[in-house]
Design a protein around this ligand. Structure first.
Ligand code: KG4
Ligand code: ZN
Length: 338
């Protein structure tokens, strides 16, 4: 079965073709550059860019997969959570595509997509597992009971981890998204140079909070009285990055320990961060947990992980109708139980 996976939830137009739920035939992502100078995504610009890009991106994905519209057996599209105007572009396209070609369409939860990066990376991954999903909009510790059956054990109470990177980048005059640039500028820096706070670190508390860290960074910049550069900036950013990585890794390991789960996995854009990936592997190895750390291009937003969820849902007989709608939030996430 060939599934076309689409994601237009934020500032990336993504399309992929996946064969039988495991083989990625193509995975095309067009990142929008129009937001860089604004320090965050401008929703109106994002929707318009998806409108311009979606047809060429789908054509490219089909072409690179060596197929055409008639080879597609089903369409999977992110329909929640995300920017409503952006989601509508992908969902409207997917419904028109499915209707005209008489193939099924299924709506996918973007966060479940990030979880499925681990399944694509290791189809035989042992379950139950703890998956840390860290993106620009979400920071969640998820217990994956089995594919399609999840429980959120902890989440951020304020900013998402990626949001913290992006906001601190903005304070320092870096362009959006700042995560990759902060990682690059922090390389070789001393992560102990500044003791930035880690919030809610009582054992057993699996929630996160990053807004205090952002405020601490702002005050530290005020104290310095200038924007650091060179080695000073490297140490500053390495310390900031360390505070985030420390909280994320520590709590993932606590979750695995408390839940008697022996596998830990990563997903979401921040999981492309090399320091997080290395620390995650190191700590898991030290504590005896198996890890699944997907390739970076499956961590950041992409269509392949959406197609993977789609393949799973379609194979189980799940179908959506042409009344499939979009939602900014995840309130009705069908696969989650509390
Ligand atoms: O999952 P994603 O691609 O989109 C959302 O669903 O939000 O995540 C984007 C987020 C942005 O906040 C970006 O700054 C962050 O992931 N990010 C990183 C890195 N690459 C992307 N943060 C830290 N280090 C990176 N290398
Ligand atoms: Zn995402």
């Amino acid at each position: 079965m060939l599934v076309l996976g689409l994601d237009t939830s934020c500032d990336e137009t993504a399309a992929a073709v996946l064969e039988d739920g495991v083989k990625i035939l193509s995975n095309i992502v067009a990142s929008q550059l129009e937001h860089a100078e604004f320090g965050g995504v401008v929703p109106e610009f994002a929707s318009r860019a998806h409108m311009r890009t979606i047809v060429p991106i789908v054509k490219e994905a089909l072409g690179r997969a060596g197929t055409c519209i008639h080879g597609v057996d089903g369409v999977a599209v992110t329909n929640r959570p995300g920017l409503v105007g952006c989601l509508l572009v992908g969902v409207s396209f997917a419904k028109a595509f499915a209707y005209s070609l008489d193939v099924p369409v299924v709506g996918v939860d973007h966060i479940e997509g990030h979880v499925f990066a681990a399944k694509l990376a290791d189809p035989d991954m042992a379950l139950p597992a703890i998956c840390l999903v860290v993106s620009g909009g979400h920071t969640e510790l998820i217990r994956v009971e089995e594919w399609g059956n999840y429980r959120t054990l902890g989440r951020t109470r304020d900013d998402a981890a990626g949001e913290a990177f992006d906001k601190v980048g903005k304070l320092l005059g870096l362009s959006y998204p700042a995560g990759p640039e902060i990682e690059r500028l922090a390389e070789g820096g001393d992560p102990t140079a500044h003791d930035f706070p880690r919030a809610m670190m009582e054992r057993g508390n699996l929630d996160f909070s990053f807004s205090g860290l952002k405020t601490a960074v702002r005050y530290r910049l005020d104290d310095l009285g200038h924007v650091p550069e060179g080695d000073e900036l490297r140490d500053f950013l390495a310390s900031f990055q360390e505070a985030i990585v420390d909280a994320l890794v520590t709590k993932t390991m606590w979750a695995a320990d408390e839940h008697g789960v022996s596998t830990v996995a990563l997903g979401g854009g921040v999981a492309a961060n090399g320091v997080l990936r290395a620390r995650f592997e190191e700590e898991a190895a030290r504590l005896g947990f198996a890890t699944v750390v997907p390739p970076k291009n499956l961590c950041t937003d992409n269509g392949a992980v959406i197609a993977a969820v789609g393949d799973f849902l379609l194979s189980n007989g799940t179908r959506d109708g042409l009344d499939l709608s979009v939602s900014a939030s995840r309130e009705q996430a069908r696969a989650w139980r509390s």
